[in-house]
Design a protein around this ligand. Structure first.
Ligand code: HEC
Ligand code: HEC
Ligand code: HEC
Ligand code: HEC
Ligand code: HEC
Ligand code: HEC
Ligand code: HEC
Length: 485
């Protein structure tokens, strides 16, 4: 058995145009892997292609490559076998030629690149003699070789295992095996099969981390996404208004109003749909594309009242200064910005209430209306039919159960009567009624919206009810509930 011994190698890279390097090793690894002492970077070179070591003053070269082989002076070295290297020998590995030259104890390897050679073409023309000598030597060494193979094989088995561990695939590698063989394999064209593989793990971890953070933020800090806190009404976990105006409390939830499936409008309406309240919108507004959020803002803090905001919205939108068009429809300051009046130029211009609105009035009021409309129809002199009907509606709404206010006369029960508005009847007093409207349809009388509408300012929704299906409209504050039922 022979012992491998560390020896000196001098490597001259003619192919790379770098200075010669000298190294001391007990086994020179040759291959494509960066871990090899002699790196031959070419696709036909195996990761660990060949190895050289010294034993008993000679250098032995091993071939490990099954695929493309290693030739010594044109002769292929069988796989896993060793050959003695003599002075002047030419080793070929892929397109590389390694010229071996003894230099004292050291082995000088001169590496050159010969792209156009075929395996087997290289001949040791300079030194045919050396080759024949070597053949003789080889015969002499036949016995020796078997001993060498054992010990050196053990040495290289270890190196190959290490090389296996050294293996790290290049980030750039073909996705599919090359379909062409032979030299054409090296005629590289930049195709898309050479792509840097997507760093999947980085992506996956990124998604996980971002996802977790979002969940934490969404669950723990909803307000982080919210423009500003929700109104108290929508933040509360218990409903306070009776009778109920919403199906359930909102309890600071975001997904009640904001959903992907349905529009905000229908979400609001779906929750605000109870026995006592339905979020109806008047026909002119529906036609003009006005929705809940045009009148009720949100995210203005806990103190913010969406209902009071609705009251204010009327005058700020219905303003000459607002030049916006709503489905092509302009807005302007109505009836001079003051209290509207139902009669203009002797004609009743007020549209009156529709069937659905009357249906919400107590039975007593509806019967009184019927009697009055009958009487109106029996008076052919007092204007046209529509006129008389509107007059009847207006009068009936303001009689029977409306409590009078300070400054206006009333009957013995404190309710409105003919003399609350008319000072004289023959001819009928048409002046005094104009002065009465502001005593009731203002901010003060609205009670709920005192802070929003001033005492001398018109409260728009008191004359133009938006949500007529509301069991507690402002007017109930001065309607006598017992009367007209
Ligand atoms: C009661 C209904 C309602 C609830 C509940 C609600 N929002 Fe909103 N949100 C609105 C309205 C109304 C707007 C204004 C939309 C518009 O102007 O078109 C809005 C707007 C937004 C906007 C856009 C702000 C902008 O400037 O455009 C974000 C973001 C938002 N809400 C997040 C949230 C979050 C987070 C929650 C849960 C804490 C939440 N919302 C709960 C009604 C609601
Ligand atoms: C044209 C303006 C306008 C539109 C559109 C509008 N509202 Fe209103 N809303 C108001 C006004 C003004 C008030 C306060 C006066 C009142 O109670 O009638 C109000 C009050 C409310 C109230 C409180 C009722 C109460 O008794 O306290 C709710 C709830 C409500 N609206 C929901 C909605 C919903 C839901 C929509 C959309 C389907 C909507 N509103 C559309 C103007 C509007
Ligand atoms: C999940 C149900 C729910 C949804 C969705 C919802 N609300 Fe409400 N809303 C409520 C509750 C509950 C109240 C308070 C009622 C109470 O306390 O009894 C309320 C109160 C209101 C009020 C009266 C607040 C005040 O100032 O007195 C208005 C106006 C209103 N909501 C409008 C809207 C609008 C507009 C939307 C859509 C943008 C909407 N709501 C969506 C449940 C909801
Ligand atoms: C965002 C703007 C906007 C808001 C807020 C708004 N309106 Fe309107 N309103 C309109 C538009 C647009 C029309 C349709 C005008 C038309 O048909 O010529 C309209 C129509 C009307 C009409 C019918 C007019 C007619 O000629 O028949 C009345 C009454 C009315 N609004 C009252 C109100 C009241 C009361 C409020 C507050 C509760 C209010 N509006 C809030 C835009 C608004
Ligand atoms: C809330 C105020 C108010 C009350 C109360 C009131 N009226 Fe009128 N009345 C009016 C107004 C407004 C007009 C229209 C005046 C004009 O043409 O400028 C009117 C007009 C009239 C007319 C003229 C015909 C018409 O229809 O235009 C008669 C008649 C009349 N009222 C009778 C009565 C009688 C009778 C009572 C008591 C049962 C009464 N009014 C109670 C406000 C009132
Ligand atoms: C004493 C207080 C009082 C006076 C004065 C008064 N109103 Fe009214 N008005 C009411 C009450 C209360 C209602 C609601 C009646 C109901 O819903 O049954 C009402 C209803 C109305 C409505 C119908 C609102 C709806 O339901 O759509 C209009 C329009 C109206 N008034 C206009 C006027 C005008 C114009 C004047 C002045 C000529 C006037 N009112 C004077 C208290 C008054
Ligand atoms: C005292 C009751 C009363 C009050 C308060 C009132 N209106 Fe009117 N409004 C009427 C009557 C009656 C008419 C019909 C006669 C007319 O067209 O002038 C009318 C007509 C309208 C019209 C349709 C005609 C037009 O000029 O465009 C609009 C819009 C309107 N009002 C909006 C408002 C707004 C916004 C407010 C609050 C700033 C308001 N009203 C306050 C009674 C009132």
């Amino acid at each position: 058995m022979m012992e491998t011994q560390a020896s000196k190698y001098i490597i001259t890279r003619e192919d790379l145009n770098v200075d010669p390097i000298a190294l001391l090793t007990d086994g020179l690894k040759i291959g494509r892997l960066p871990g090899c002492e002699l790196v031959l970077n070419h696709p036909t070179v195996s990761r660990l292609h060949a190895g050289i070591n010294a034993a008993d003053g000679r250098f032995y070269v091993f071939n490990f490559s099954h695929s493309s082989g290693t030739t010594l002076n044109g002769r292929v070295i069988p796989v896993e076998e060793a050959e003695v290297l003599a002075d002047g020998d030419a080793l070929q590995i892929g397109p590389f030629i390694l010229h071996a030259q003894r230099q004292g104890d050291a082995l000088n390897l001169r590496v050159s690149l010969q792209v156009a050679v075929k395996i087997g073409e290289v001949e040791a023309r300079d030194d045919i003699h050396a080759a024949s000598t070597r053949a003789v030597e080889a015969k002499q060494d036949a016995r020796l070789m078997s001993g060498i193979s054992d010990s050196l094989s053990v040495f290289w088995e270890k190196r190959k295992r290490e090389a296996g561990k050294m293996q790290r695939l290049s980030a750039l590698r073909p996705q599919a095996p090359s379909r062409v063989l032979g030299k054409a394999r090296f005629n590289w064209t930049p195709t898309r099969d050479l792509v840097r593989p997507w760093p999947v793990s980085v992506f996956v971890w990124g998604v996980i981390v971002v996802g977790l953070l979002s969940v934490v933020a969404a669950v723990g800090y909803t307000k982080a996404f919210s423009p500003a806190p929700l109104s108290g009404a929508h933040a509360r976990a218990t409903a306070q208004v009776a009778p109920a105006i919403a199906v359930r409390p909102n309890a600071n939830s975001c997904t009640t109003c904001h959903t992907l499936k349905s529009g905000m409008e229908s979400n609001c309406a779906a929750c605000h749909q109870t026995e006592a309240f339905a979020a109806t919108i008047t026909k002119p507004h529906v036609d003009a594309g006005i929705t809940c959020v045009n009148c009720h803002a949100e995210h203005r803090g806990v103190e913010f009242s969406p209902a009071a905001d609705g009251v204010q919205a009327c005058a700020s939108c219905h303003d000459d200064a607002n030049h916006q068009l709503y489905r092509g429809k302009p807005v302007k300051t109505p009836h001079g910005g003051t209290f509207g009046y139902p009669v203009a130029n002797g004609k009743w211009v007020w549209a009156g209430l529709d069937q659905a609105e009357w249906a919400r009035k107590p039975p007593g009021v509806r019967e009184a209306l019927g009697r009055m409309e009958d009487a109106a129809h029996r008076q052919p002199t007092a204007g046209d039919a529509a006129d008389r009907q509107r007059s009847a509606q207006f009068h009936i709404l303001h009689l029977h159960r409306v409590k009078t206010v300070e400054g206006l006369r009333g009957n013995k029960d404190g309710e409105m009567s003919c003399s609350s508005c008319h000072q004289s009847f023959a001819p009928i007093d048409r002046i005094t009624p104009r002065t009465t409207c502001a005593s009731c349809h203002n901010g003060n009388r609205a009670g709920r919206f005192q802070s929003v509408v001033a005492g001398d300012q018109p409260n728009c929704v008191s004359c133009h009810v938006q949500h007529f299906k509301d069991a507690r409209p402002w007017a109930s504050l001065f309607l006598d509930g017992a009367r007209g039922q």
